[in-house]
Design a protein around this ligand. Structure first.
Ligand code: SF4
Length: 338
């Protein structure tokens, strides 16, 4: 492991010092540049490498198959075309009527306040999402507000990726205050991978902001492998859960990364140490560039069967797929033809 002393560094300076050069990443991990087969640099130009040094610090030096590295290192296979793997696998464009807003599910409403992420996950289903055309500006709040006011069945707003915790606490506070002004909103859910890749993002100011909101706050983190949850990361997650903030985890099942029951079981146990409950295990969304992470339905079934047999029910994440146009996530298991 590499020690970057990231525990002492504030999250803002970590966020402004991301690794974006694949060769620098390989050098830090003492890996040969030949690891980048031709095409990987082009893949990186299409979807840039971004990874915080704190996350690299959890990778194993000298291991080209490190499961954390595989999630972020551009790969020449991303350039291949595969039938069914498309730029907008969830057809989000058709749910995007106002900048920054996705309204797919009846009672929930999704806001993308930023296109920025602290890490670029190579399998991300929004890797081609046109964030720049979609960011809500201050003026757009009036449209969002009147839309929310006209939809009394919406009781929950989800802040999602780009990653809302890349925003400053001041900006987050401004949005939370706006949302609190809509009387029928009860819950604010924040989807973020930042607490996993830059644990110091969970700072005093953020905790105070979340615990003092009139909205019930749920933080949904995104961790795919137990090696992402070292003691320091767990201690930061515990700071949230100790404030009575519900923290859930969603993971994506990825070939070469976490495609074994042992890894998934260890992930659930590690999450529980931080009082984080496993929530979803997503099968891969068929996004262009991510085919090499895909698993056959039969394999998925076998892995999940072992997970079910190894964990108490409360630690088993729901295996789901999101299907464009459906009103909810689709539960999967025992249907090897999905
Ligand atoms: S952090 Fe989330 S939104 Fe950002 S690249 Fe990773 S999976 Fe996608």
């Amino acid at each position: 492991m590499i020690n970057y002393l990231y525990q002492e560094q504030n999250w803002q300076s970590q966020l402004s010092d991301l690794i974006t050069d694949p060769l620098e990443l390989l050098e830090l991990l003492q890996l040969s540049p030949e690891q980048l087969l031709s095409g990987a640099i082009l893949a990186s130009e299409q979807f840039k490498l971004r990874v915080p040094r704190a996350f690299v610090g959890k990778m194993s030096v000298g291991d080209p198959f490190d499961p954390l590295l595989l999630q972020v290192l551009p790969h020449h296979l991303e350039l291949e075309e595969h039938p069914g793997f498309v730029t907008d696998p969830l057809d989000e464009e058709s749910a995007n009527h106002i900048p920054g807003v996705l309204h797919k599910y009846s009672s929930r409403f999704l806001l993308t306040l930023t296109g920025a992420c602290a890490v670029h996950c190579r399998y991300c289903f929004r890797r081609h999402f046109p964030y720049q055309e979609n960011l809500p500006k201050n003026d757009d709040w009036l449209n969002i507000q009147s839309y929310l006011q006209s939809q009394a069945q919406i009781n929950e707003v989800i802040l999602s990726g780009g990653d809302p915790l890349t925003l400053s606490n001041r900006k987050l506070a401004q949005w939370i205050e706006r949302l609190e002004s809509i009387a029928h909103l009860k819950i604010l859910r924040i989807h973020s991978r930042v607490p996993i890749v830059i644990p110091n993002r969970i700072d005093e100011e953020l905790i105070s902001l979340l615990k003092n909101s009139r909205l019930r706050i749920i933080v949904v983190v995104h961790s795919n492998h137990p090696a992402e949850l070292d003691d320091f990361t767990c201690s930061k997650l515990l700071q949230l859960t100790k404030q009575d903030i519900l923290v859930l985890n969603q993971a994506v099942l990825l070939k070469g990364v976490n495609d074994s029951a042992d890894v998934l079981v260890a992930l659930s146990h590690q999450l529980f140490e931080a009082r984080v409950m496993p929530y979803y295990l997503h099968v891969l969304d068929k996004v262009k560039g991510a085919h090499h992470f895909d698993l056959a339905p039969r394999q998925i079934d076998l892995i999940y069967k072992d997970v079910l047999a190894s964990l108490p029910g409360y630690l088993v994440p729901k295996l789901v797929r999101e299907i464009a146009g459906e009103k909810n996530k689709t539960p999967l298991f025992g249907i090897a033809t999905f």
